[in-house]
Design a protein around this ligand. Sequence first.
Ligand SMILES: [Zn+2]
Length: 282
Amino acid sequence: MKWLGRRQSDNVEDRRGVSGGKVALGGGVIGIIILLLNVFGGETGQTVGSALEQMQGGQQQTEAAAPLSKEDEEMGDFVRVILADNEDIWSKIFEEQGITYKNPKLVLFRGSVETACGGASSASGPFYCPGDQKVYMDLGFFEELKTKFGAKGGDFAIAYVIAHEIGHHVQTLLGTSAKMRQAQEGKSETEANKLSVALELQADFYAGVWTHYNQKNLDTDDIDEALSAANAVGDDAIQSKMSGQVVPDSFTHGSSEQRMYWFKKGFKTGDINQGDTFAEIR
Ligand SMILES: [Zn+2]
């Protein structure tokens, strides 16, 4: 992605150099299970955060604040540019629909973080909290995406994930998230999961729409990087990797194929009105 020298957003809260206080031990097996529950896309970190604390049984230690390396600083600048691109593009799309876009904040953290949705750790993967309208991410996630989940990596994998989380912000502003949670009430777990999948796939679709309007800044590999990330975090890909079994009824984010399909559809059309994943899940 061409990003050097471009506008950087002021809406990034960089808490990486700040001591996170408590950090969960043993990211290994437990971390992976948690990631399985919530891999980037979970709308809130609440359940995951508290589940993690329960599982850890108070096994925590204090994390020392580490200064940011040159590479960390550069990653921060990259995230600021991607967020600025999201601000510009979504403001314009909302304006065309006659509504006002409100910029979300993006919090970079390490280890653990406090949010309006409760405490969360890096193991939750990146997420959006509607309660404070902030995206939370530990950039260490992208290393795991490559090493544990076999994604190709690259800067646009990060851009895709940020755009997906901003997609949840868009859904919050448009009222889709609230409607979906209402619709989940009283439904069976399988039915509730289907609604969750629709919400997640729509966030992938919005990431594609954002990419559509950002084409002048794309490098040749960028779409492949996004699709490889979407492929790696499909529920079927994660489940078969973790347990060797795939249980579609338990999907909460959609299969690899669905996630790639909706990203591509958003990218091709650039039309937010064609992203009704609730009406047509494929
Ligand atoms: Zn999501």
